[in-house]
Design a protein around this ligand. Structure first.
Ligand code: URA
Length: 194
């Protein structure tokens, strides 16, 4: 999925999201006929929603969370009164893993520097980690989502809310309620931070 090694110096010299997008297009290699999904939303959004990797619909359109998971996410965001268009949405991995498989830890580690630079450039007040891959990429590679979800964490001045990925709640009523609850907590924090 990654075509060339990422030079930390070059990455650090990238000063805006457009250039980082172009850089990502050079280093990530989508499957033939598919697109890179870099992310979308306001350049300095206060809220960043971080998923795992694009699915089929996302790789077809080049946009994050536009398939089934995205529809579910939209519903829960609306429920919590969080405006999707005011948030920045992206994934740890910027291209669809072949066959929609879960990204490997080595791939997460490889992709993390681009994500971390993307986060630095956006500088959100809050990040919502949707699922374990997002947590592993920016919080702790060993963290268990079932243990830390719903608890506010803080890293480099950014509040982080780990919660379930929308695809994990499809058939699980309990998880669905917890995801809803966590997004309410995010809405409250957004209001509190002003
Ligand atoms: N699942 C994700 O984690 N991200 C997307 O963009 C779509 C589905």
């Amino acid at each position: 999925m990654i075509a060339e090694t990422i030079s930390p110096q070059e990455l650090q010299s990238i000063g805006n999201l457009q250039s980082l997008h172009a850089f990502s297009q050079r280093v990530f290699q989508p499957e033939p006929g598919e697109r890179l999904v870099f992310g979308e939303g306001p350049e300095h959004a206060r809220l960043l929603l971080l998923g795992e990797a694009p699915g089929e619909k996302e790789a077809e359109t080049g946009r994050p969370f536009v398939g089934n998971s995205g529809r579910l996410l939209n519903k829960y965001l609306e429920n919590a009164d969080i405006a999707r268009e005011e948030a920045y949405l992206t994934n740890v991995i910027k291209v669809r893993p072949p066959g929609n498989r879960k990204p490997k830890m080595a791939e997460v580690k490889e992709a993390a520097p681009i994500l971390l630079r993307q986060i630095e450039l956006i500088h959100p007040a809050i990040i919502v980690c949707l699922g374990s891959i997002a947590v592993h990429a920016i919080v702790d590679p060993k963290a268990k989502i079932t243990e830390i979800r719903g608890t506010w964490l803080e890293k480099d001045g950014i509040r982080i809310m780990p919660t379930y990925h929308p695809s994990a709640v499809f058939r699980d009523e309990n998880k669905r309620e917890l995801l809803k609850q966590d997004l309410f907590s995010v809405a409250t924090m957004l209001n509190k931070l002003g």
